[in-house]
Design a protein around this ligand. Sequence first.
Ligand code: ADP
Length: 782
Amino acid sequence: MIGLEIELSLPPFSYFLAGGLSLGYIVLLLTTFRNRVQIGTSQNWLIALLFTALLAQAIHIVHPRASEGPYAALFVAGITQPAIGVYLISLMLIVFGAYTFRYVQRSGALILLILGAAWWIAVIVAGFTVPNQAILGQAGWLVQAFRQPIDVPSLVAIGGWTVIGVLAFATAFTASASARLPEIGNRALFWVVVILLVMLGAVLGVSGDETLKQVGWIAQFVGLTGAVSGAISHRVFDIRRAARMGFSSILVTAVTAVMILAALLIARGFNPTGSGLILLIMLAIAVAILYVPVRAVMRGLADRTLGSPVEDSAQVARRYSQDIAGVVELDELVDVSMKTLRDALRVRRGCLMLATRDDDETLRVEPMYNGMGDLPADLRGWIPKNSGVYRTLYEQRTTLLQFDLEYNRQYTDSAPELLSFFRQLRMGAYAPIAVPGQLIGILAVGQKGNDEPFYTRDLEILATIANQTGISLRNARLVNDLRTASDSMQVLNVDLVKTKERLEKLDSVKSDFITVASHELRTPLAQIRGYTDIIETMNDQGILSADQVGSMTLNLRKATDRLERLIGDMLDVSQLDTDAMDLRFAQTTVENVMRLAIEPLTESIKQRKLTVMARHLHGLPPIQADMQRLVQAFRNVVLNAIKFTPDGGRIDITASLQNNTKSGSDEILIAIQDTGIGIDAKNQDLIFEKFFRVSDPGLHSTGATKFLGAGPGLGLTIARGVIQGHGGRIWVESPGYDPRELPGSTFFIILPVSPPEDAKRVMPFESGTTSASEPHRIGASV
Ligand code: ADP
């Protein structure tokens, strides 16, 4: 191929080394190519890097002063092999710098590549413009470049290298310092070592000094081999751990050496025969006895100062299984497992996640929130059964590192939501909690107190604890599920009891109707029948006086009035039921309506020695209302207050204007408060139902205003219907039923100042006259 002219005066080793290393680079290239799937997107960058490194190395196989063969033309043009070496190594460094950005996952690789290309051209151009460009890379070049006033090509080249070196170091260091996971930090730290080797190798390789050059080539090759191994296996050699082990070994060796040295110094004074020999043997035994404990103490000291776990998994497992033996509560189980993890692994964060089958293909995982360290609220994730995460945790039953989730191609292809779920947990390692046939939870730990990565030993302990948690977790979840089920059963039960009570009441209302209707109808009918019989008999006998006729017709009128009222009330209620009540709206005032409602009752109020006070009714804005109906409604309520308040009691009626915050319209709130027997909470809604009354339905209506006088149970039903027809509301508030303590009741009525459109159900006057709107029907129950 290339015409080589080997000068025997030069050591041929350099050429063999250059050839060997070039072959090495070819092997690295092939390895990279074979593992390109593993390496992923940055494979092309790595191939470019190795290729430039191969070129920069292979050029050294050519003799520096080859002036014949194909290379001669270049040589004649002034491009020497050492200069080409500088150009190629510069090219390699550009690609290396760019690849560094890719490796530690920082953006900017492309920009660096573009700027680097510009600089590279500048190096070459500078090499040509300066007459003695051949100086680049010649023997003693670097030393000379600094000793003499520095020449332009050297300045450009050295300047560029410095920039690339500083950039690469800064990037790797910041990546290491700001890493979320210790493993990521270690990866960046590992790269710092690679940078160190490659940069050093590059500089020495073109230094021009024969020995340094060879050392440089080897350093660079070692560095790039590290780069390839770092790219292929995402988990790299643990730099910090190596440092710790080194430190610990040095400490132990030093102490041992001091002990032996001390023994030797003492032995120097002994005569190695007779008693001297015995003393010497004793000294040797003393050193031997001391050696083991001192060594152990030193190792322990080194471990402790550099913080590595001290417990072994069997010990932890034994203690943990004792601790969780009696635990059946989920929360307690989390507490115990967290405490164990904290003690055994010295972690700052941790959580227990519950895994539940969501459907045949997916598991839902939710962290319990009483773990170590805070978690974002309402966090949950879904693990598909065909995912790498599921395979590792359930099928292989092995632990999983967050670092693997982010760097191992087995997981990086997982659904972004799943990866984001794990990332939000901010944990470092996960272990499956499984029972036969099912993954029921995941135990997670994050960040060790000393920020170290999780070692095999840590993962073993984590796996052991997770393993032991299985049965307890299943039991605790069962207990929890049972408790939740029993809680909801209890709630259902309460609902059922309530519904049953209401249904029973309504059912009794129904049968009450029959009782009430028969009683209420039968009583006046019997009276009518009785009086007519008496009148007939007396008339037959001719003993009927005018006085007797007068008194008996009065009684007959009372009985027919009562019948009429009852039938009127029932008609009203049936109208309300069929939505057929007509309301004729006209302007009036609450004060007016109330006055008309109370007027016919004044006599009874006096008899019963009740005090009725109406206040603040004056001065309220006029309302739109069906006067007669509203009078009927108010009277029914006031009448009840009279009936259910013992003699000498008090009835207070007040009214006020208020604004409805929802509709924004004005309304009037009327309160009718009595000092009567009160109403039980469970009946406060029911009393508005038709035929409902708290007292024994067997009692017939007294039709009067007597204390506890029974009625047919229609008064409030009609009142509610009328008020709702006005777009209003009626309800009662009472501390309870107590005929002795007399807690009283307050009926509240809200009436809008102008009723809503749909409340006005005005029928033409001619077509809609019913008994309900006839004036004598008002005050039906009096
Ligand atoms: P009635 O015709 O029985 O008065 P209502 O519908 O007017 O029918 O009332 C239903 C029941 O509500 C009454 O039987 C009574 O038990 C109860 N009630 C109504 N108003 C009062 C009140 N002010 N104090 C105590 N109980 C009341």
